[in-house]
Write a protein that binds this ligand. Structure first.
Ligand SMILES: [Zn+2]
Length: 175
């Protein structure tokens, strides 16, 4: 039995000698069903050209990249992997805007507290201490919220990096 690629490319009944795809199937990088799926979305000769142009050590990455694009396209027929990047970029912009908004809020709050206590509007010492502690707590809570939001920003940035590595197939050459 030839692999799907040999059948599509050469119309022959056995794999060509040194068939890339039979080797990748044997290694468990790709299975026959996935190869057939790739052939249904991409022109087999285009896949084969990319494989032939790549140095041998990068061929696993080329197939993984095709598989990732196929997966992305089956999730989002219109935008494919570009859609994933667009969604992640929009999410990143939104989270960065939230960080900026919270940082502005914290700056305002600190200013407000400074004004309040500088003006000595509160004469009672106990009352003043209580208000100062409350102010400090409010600032800490907001600072904590900013840190949480910044961690979310980093997480989305990591997802974008991962997406780019998967798209290019480079992720698999690092293993
Ligand atoms: Zn083959």
């Amino acid at each position: 039995m030839p692999c799907v690629m040999c059948r599509e490319l050469h119309g022959i009944e056995t794999c060509v000698t040194g068939c890339y795809y039979a080797a990748l199937v044997a290694q468990g990088v790709v299975n026959p069903l996935q190869l057939a799926q790739l052939c249904s979305m991409y022109i087999p000769s285009a896949i084969h050209r990319r494989m032939t142009d790549a140095p041998p050590e990068e061929r696993v990455g080329v197939i993984e990249s095709f598989l990732y694009h196929y997966w992305a396209r089956s999730k989002d027929m219109l935008r494919g992997s570009m859609g994933i990047l667009e969604d992640l970029s929009a999410e990143l912009a939104e989270k960065n805007a939230e960080v900026q908004k919270l940082e502005a809020e914290l700056a305002d709050l600190k200013w407000e507290h400074k004004e309040k206590f500088a003006a000595e509007m509160v004469s009672d010492d106990d009352e003043r201490l209580k208000l100062e502690l409350e102010a400090e707590l409010a600032e800490l809570q907001l600072a904590l919220k900013i840190n949480e939001k910044k961690a979310e920003v980093l997480k989305v940035e990591d997802e974008i990096d991962e997406h780019k590595l998967r798209c290019s197939g480079r992720r698999y050459q690092q293993r």
